[in-house]
Design a protein around this ligand. Structure first.
Ligand SMILES: *Cc1c(COP(=O)(O)O)cnc(C)c1O
Ligand code: SF4
Length: 397
């Protein structure tokens, strides 16, 4: 089956040229209650209250393009739940953490979050074009500092230079693709000049919320500094419009490998049929589904969080019915900087000595007999790779 991707609806009075210009989209962001009403939204009382209070906890902003994907009248609309503040954001949560990932503790240099030995996050900007109501980094995003100050930028680069064991730099924020091509080009050039940086990743929601950002010029900047991996953040098949698909095709044609990270959200995408549809369409557009995250307990997100049981049930349903290529890995960020915890569905139902008993996804029962530990050999050339292995493991120290 070939998928059809529908174009977004351009509002009356806006030309196609304006609509397809990302600077126009950012300049015409919807931020206030009045902006949303003007765009035709019928606000519920809950949402109304969200504007007066929620905006204090976390900025409110969306591109006209992303707003056009949301229902004007149905509050339960999935896109609307992602972008629209509600009174629930003000409720004191079960576990409300300003910094759920304990990032302030893994912050050895300005804008650097270094938790794993071989890779780190570099928060190049705190700005996003849409402030997702479930954002995990509410303590940082949306303070309007935009691009990192130059003294901090130099300190962050010095840190990356000094850690010879680093292999990978993940540009994050905020949204790095809110930066212009010239700034991005400079950041990527500076990182490429560091010998031990092998891989650069960019985490961005722009291909979702402002796909007009994906221009031929951007595609060439990423191509020039390859290998640059782009991590997209689609949560729902409705976000895959004709514009989004065109952007992804352009990037894939320029050789940019793409992976998608989604967040399971209550009343948005917490159903296996939705995740399956999203994953298959992404794979078709040459984006590999990568992570399916449990929503972090950041401030004001209780109404958007699914239960772990719900997430596990979704993941189990997908297993066996979805191509391995399209399968996202369920993962939870352990609060306070514990790193990621993977959840893999467990098909092993019993174990007796070397015999492990399984029931497969479709109910087939069988045993696997594991070879005894004393039969395990070390590969002949393992020694050759010890130095590299040790260096990676000890890199952070
Ligand atoms: C998620 C994360 C990474 C990347 O982890 P992968 O499993 O390699 O995708 C790196 N650093 C931090 C701080 C993270 O939170
Ligand atoms: S794009 Fe990412 S960083 Fe920005 S508000 Fe959304 S979740 Fe947060």
């Amino acid at each position: 089956m070939k998928f059809v991707f529908e174009p977004s609806q351009i509002p009356a009075g806006v030309t196609r040229e304006e609509w397809n210009d990302w600077a126009w989209q950012l300049r015409h962001s919807l931020k206030t209650e009045a902006d949303f009403v003007k765009a035709g939204f019928e606000l519920s009382r809950e949402e109304f209250e969200g504007f007066s209070g929620g905006g204090k906890v976390f900025q409110i902003r969306t591109t006209p393009y992303y707003a056009s994907l949301a229902s004007k009248s149905v509050a339960m609309d999935p896109v609307r739940r992602i972008l629209m503040p509600t009174a629930s954001e003000l409720a004191h949560g079960r576990q409300s953490m300003l910094d759920p990932l304990g990032e302030k503790r893994n912050n050895p240099a300005p804008r650097i979050i270094h938790r794993y030995p071989d890779r780190l996050l570099f928060l190049v900007t705190d700005t996003c074009s849409v402030y997702c109501r479930y954002c995990t980094r509410k303590h940082f995003t949306g303070q309007d500092e935009a691009f990192v100050r130059s003294a901090d930028y130099e300190k962050a680069l010095d840190y990356i230079r000094s850690r010879k064991g680093l292999r990978e730099v993940i540009l994050s924020g905020g949204d790095p693709l809110t930066l212009g091509d010239a700034v991005l080009d400079r950041v990527l050039s500076d990182l490429r000049a560091i010998d031990h940086v092998e891989i650069i990743r960019i985490g961005s929601r722009m291909p979702v919320v402002c796909p007009m950002r994906v221009t031929p010029s951007l595609a060439r900047v990423l191509q020039k500094h390859q290998p640059v991996y782009l991590m997209t953040h689609f949560n729902h098949p409705r976000e895959l419009t004709a514009e989004a698909a065109a952007g992804l095709r352009l990037l894939a044609d320029h050789g940019t490998p793409m992976f998608n990270q989604l967040v399971l959200l209550n009343g948005v995408n917490n159903h296996p049929a939705i995740i399956q549809a999203l994953s298959r369409r992404l794979l078709y557009l040459r984006v590999k589904p990568y992570y399916m995250f449990q929503c972090d307990p950041s401030e004001g997100t209780d109404h958007l969080r699914t239960s772990v049981e719900d997430s596990l049930a979704i993941q189990r349903e997908l297993w066996g019915s979805l191509s391995g290529l399209a399968m996202p890995n369920l993962s939870l960020d352990i609060p306070d900087g514990g790193g990621k915890a993977a959840y893999v569905p467990n098909f092993e139902v019993a174990r007796e000595g070397a015999v492990r008993k399984f029931i497969g996804w479709d109910g087939v029962e069988a045993e696997y007999v594991s070879p005894p530990p004393e039969s395990i050999l070390k590969p002949l050339d393992a020694e050759t790779f010890f130095a590299e292995w040790d260096a990676l493991k000890n890199a952070k120290a």
